[in-house]
Design a protein around this ligand. Sequence first.
Ligand code: HEC
Length: 229
Amino acid sequence: MNKFFPPRIILFAASLIGTLAVIPFAVIAWTRSAPSSGRPIHIIQDMDYQPRFDTQEVNPLFADDRAMRPQIPGVVAVGQSRDDVHFSEGVVDGAWAATMPEQVSVTMEVLNRGRERFNIYCSACHGYSGFGDGIVNQRAMVAMSNADGPIYGTAWVQAKSLHDPEVRDQPPGQIFNTITHGIRNMAGYAAQIPPRDRWTIAAYVKALQKSQDATLQDVPPQERASLNP
Ligand code: HEC
């Protein structure tokens, strides 16, 4: 065999091609791992990019250049009228409603729903039994009694006990209002809890209060016998 076979030029070319062949893969690996402000190469588009406006974007079609349209004055969405102030504000004849609105009658189902919602939204501060001793309060007490004293400027207002005579005597409409708008240091829950659920919570709070403040007279006579004296 010829000692110049294969010729050097071919060996050289083969190794050069071999080296260059790695480059595309290296580039792909690099673009896949390095951050980039450009869009990724997107072969199958599906509906990923659509002609539309993002929130807060400019839209010159409108005189005020806003893509997001404000509510049209005087228009009320279906189901959002507040004409029924008993249901939407807890008010009857200018005073806190002493009864539940007709949309939410007190049934076991409503009370169970109220308990579930109360345990989710209220128990963290007010405690499962409503004494104002929820887990947040316990944590705050620990934070306030740090060895170095409370962090500068820290103040803590304990969630009120719902069995306080002052709260216990409140009609359901007033409890509903507290849940809706909050009170003093407590924030309102209108944004998280829809009105019907706020009523179920108000009903459950009344039941919870009764549970700590009942006499034998509150038990129906036919069931008294089954109670321990
Ligand atoms: C983040 C803690 C926190 C949560 C959660 C919370 N509360 Fe309160 N709540 C408070 C505090 C604090 C007060 C006392 C406010 C004050 O006196 O400044 C209070 C007061 C009240 C009162 C007494 C109002 C009055 O007239 O004095 C009621 C009733 C009440 N909350 C019901 C609820 C219900 C029902 C929920 C659940 C929907 C709830 N709270 C969720 C902290 C909370």
